[in-house]
Design a binder for this molecule. Structure first.
Ligand SMILES: [Zn+2]
Length: 306
């Protein structure tokens, strides 16, 4: 039988809050090298990562999928979609993965973190468009429109293991913009779309394999990324002016490009001025120019003063 001394529980919790707020937490700078196994739980100490990339994938219309009519299919849909996303995160060596609600979220840090994160994101949207959704729709033609929506953002992050020491009830808790912004970007995306924050775009924009489409169709073309304002990111933050990718890994070039990006390559022989012309055009728009400036300032402060 569950036996709770409610008054003393609440007194205890109140003491804990008071203690927590009375002491400034210690922050240990771990640079780009964080070992989750070594996170303290009892100590009031946070570990800080200089930069982490968050990738969040949500299932569109997941609340409607939960209706009685679809209850039988909901479990298999969650299993197929979340299972697929987690497998993709693992394959791209995500440094932390968590399943949450109707989707999953991953953090990437250290070497090639942006390359691994973006390639995972594109793989998720390709999986959603070409494999997951067609199979779901074939099996349940009346299903509400569904598919995976992806958001990507980066920032320094603080992490601490929070919970009850010496029990299974403890989890790393992440604090920082990356997680928030990636969630807001995923929320705003439609199915099979990926929205990246302004800072992620700054990195993508310099990579021919990502910024410019393959030669198939009308390529190589830089028109595969659309300007998007991530509405729930504060107006003062340059990350608000992001980009939306609608295209997928090409059946012919996808594997080759994905590997090139993971290997740290940037330049393609068949890309001449497509990328730079697109950036010049973008910078003629005041709001995008201003946001890029704000991001450059933050980057300079980050690089220079720490
Ligand atoms: Zn192609």
């Amino acid at each position: 039988m569950t036996d709770v001394d409610l008054d003393s529980l609440l007194d205890d919790l109140d003491d804990d809050v008071a203690t927590e707020l009375s002491v400034k937490p210690e922050v240990v700078d771990k640079g780009h090298d964080l070992d989750l196994e070594k996170l303290p739980i009892a100590a009031r100490r946070w570990h800080k990562l200089r930069d982490a990339v968050a990738v969040i994938a949500d299932l569109k219309s997941s609340t409607q999928l939960g209706l009685n009519k679809h209850a039988a299919s909901t479990a298999s849909i969650y299993e197929a979609s979340t299972g697929g996303v987690v497998q993709i995160f693992d394959e791209f060596d995500a440094d932390f993965v968590a399943i949450q609600g109707d989707g999953a979220f991953a953090l990437f840090w250290g070497q090639h973190r942006r390359a691994r994160a973006i390639c995972a994101g594109i793989t998720i949207k390709t999986f959603s468009h070409k494999h997951l959704t067609p199979r779901l729709e074939k099996k349940w033609p009346d299903l509400p429109e569904t598919g995976l929506k992806v958001g990507v953002a980066n920032s320094p992050l603080l992490v601490k293991r929070v919970g009850v020491p010496r029990t299974d009830h403890q989890e790393p808790v992440w604090a920082g913009r990356a997680v928030n912004y990636a969630a807001k970007a995923a929320q705003q995306a439609d199915r099979h779309e990926m929205i990246v924050s302004g800072s992620i775009w700054d990195w993508v924009a310099d990579n021919d394999y990502l910024a410019v489409s393959c030669p198939c169709g009308l390529g190589p073309s830089a028109n595969i990324w659309q300007d998007v304002t991530i509405e729930k990111v504060p107006e003062s933050d340059g990350d608000r002016e992001g980009k939306l990718l609608t295209s997928y890994w090409c059946a012919t070039h996808g594997a080759e490009y994905c590997q090139a990006i993971l290997d740290g390559q940037k330049r393609r022989d068949d890309v001449t001025d497509q990328r730079t012309t697109a950036i010049q055009q973008e910078m003629r728009r005041a709001i995008r120019f201003k946001a890029a400036e704000v991001r450059r300032d933050r980057q300079a402060r980050f690089a220079g003063l720490r």
